[in-house]
Design a protein around this ligand. Structure first.
Ligand code: PLP
Length: 368
């Protein structure tokens, strides 16, 4: 068995698979002389909406803006509350704060890492406007349960799909399940651009129009500004790259599922908590996250054997200095806090070789 290192992530194999289409797209845009809000963007928006099983898509500058502009379109403002997971990437919370609203954390289910629907109702107050679940690590959240709670309380649902490209919930694609869905096309995401990128998908034409106005200075007609918008556009180069990669996403996702199945099989019986997949979930496997009581020791032992790992995430949002204003203390969200101490993400990417998968399994088995 080879001894070469296994990096946490390698984006080169995916580029090689799509290279002819991507290179042609880059040259096409360079030669077109048109770089913003043009036909590349329209083509990608149409294709992405279709693959999400919904009607509309708006490309924006990044995932954080996709969340922020969706909340703005839903009318969230100062004094409002938005229910968020206590364990997520901080962008989910920041989008709420940018609207002047308050993120209200709800603990996850300890097995799926996703917001626990059974705990949501206790967090609803008269100020609640939106429930914002995250399909963390690419595992779909329990959307039927969440939508049901939202309908009963007259709330809207925006889902953070930044890690869940091509994931499916009860056969339906993520991105067409909530009132609005926000995407990141950051290079390391399952559908990644060559720089920052983001998008919003939804069924409702009016909501979509609001996002399209807000992303472009609050303007529909050049130099006529209806509302105070921002500048947040998915440029033509990024849109063309994404459109070139999109036809390969389904195959890349199947490959991720096959690698995840190999890891689950190879690590069965280890002293580790392996990812739990509910019967209705077809995850996108953005990350393969295990839990271990001595996480830092495990990470060190794997590094010694050349296996790259990362922690998603070492500090929960409520314990970040940026959120000191909310006054949370250690112990306020114990499920999430334990998770942040114990989670470790193992290497998993399309193009990972059989030898690399074997090396990861062997190293983990020797380290727990
Ligand atoms: C990546 C990510 C975001 C933010 O996306 P950017 O494009 O980096 O702004 C938001 N939420 C989650 C869960 C993410 O993983």
């Amino acid at each position: 068995m080879g001894t070469e290192a296994v990096p946490f992530l390698d984006l080169q194999p995916a580029y090689r698979v799509a290279q002819p289409a991507i290179d042609a797209a880059l040259l096409r845009v360079a030669g077109s002389g048109w770089f913003l809000l043009g036909k590349e963007l329209h083509a990608f928006e149409e294709a992405w909406a279709r693959s999400c099983g919904t009607a509309h898509c708006a490309g924006v500058a990044n995932g954080l803006d996709a969340l922020f502009l969706s909340l703005k379109a839903l009318g969230v403002r100062e004094g409002d509350e938005v229910i968020v997971p206590s364990n997520t990437y901080i962008a989910t919370w920041l989008a709420v704060s940018q609207c002047g609203a308050k993120p209200v954390p709800v603990e996850p289910d300890a097995r799926t890492f996703n917001i626990d629907p059974a705990r949501i109702e206790a967090a609803i107050t008269p100020a609640t406007r939106v429930i914002l679940p995250v399909h963390l690590y690419g595992q779909p959240a329990d959307m039927d349960a969440i939508m049901d709670i939202a309908r009963r309380h007259h709330l809207k649902v925006l889902d953070d799909c930044a890690q869940a490209h091509a994931a499916r919930y009860k056969v339906r694609p993520v991105g067409g399940l909530a009132d609005m869905s926000a995407w990141s096309f950051y290079p390391g995401k399952n559908l990644g651009a060559f720089g920052d990128g983001g998008g919003v998908t939804c069924r409702d034409a009016d909501l979509m129009q609001r996002v399209k106005v807000l992303r472009n200075y609050g303007s529909q007609q050049k130099y006529h500004n209806e509302v105070k918008g921002i500048n947040s556009r998915l440029d033509e180069i990024q849109a063309a790259v994404l459109a070139a990669k999109l036809p390969l996403l389904e195959a890349a996702t199947h490959e991720r599922r096959a690698i995840a199945a190999r890891l689950l099989e190879g690590l069965a019986g280890c002293d580790l908590q392996l990812p739990h997949v509910p019967h209705w979930a077809e995850p996108a496997w953005h990350l393969f996250v295990v839990r271990h009581a001595d996480r830092d020791g495990l990470q060190r032992r794997l590094a010694e054997q050349g296996i790259g790992t990362l922690i998603h995430y070492p500090v929960p949002p409520h314990r970040q200095p940026a959120y000191a204003e909310l006054g949370f203390a250690e112990g306020d969200f114990p499920v999430s806090e334990t998770m942040h101490r114990e989670v470790l993400s193992l290497p998993l990417w399309p193009g990972m070789s059989e030898l690399q998968i074997e090396r990861v399994i062997k190293a983990v088995r020797a380290s727990v």
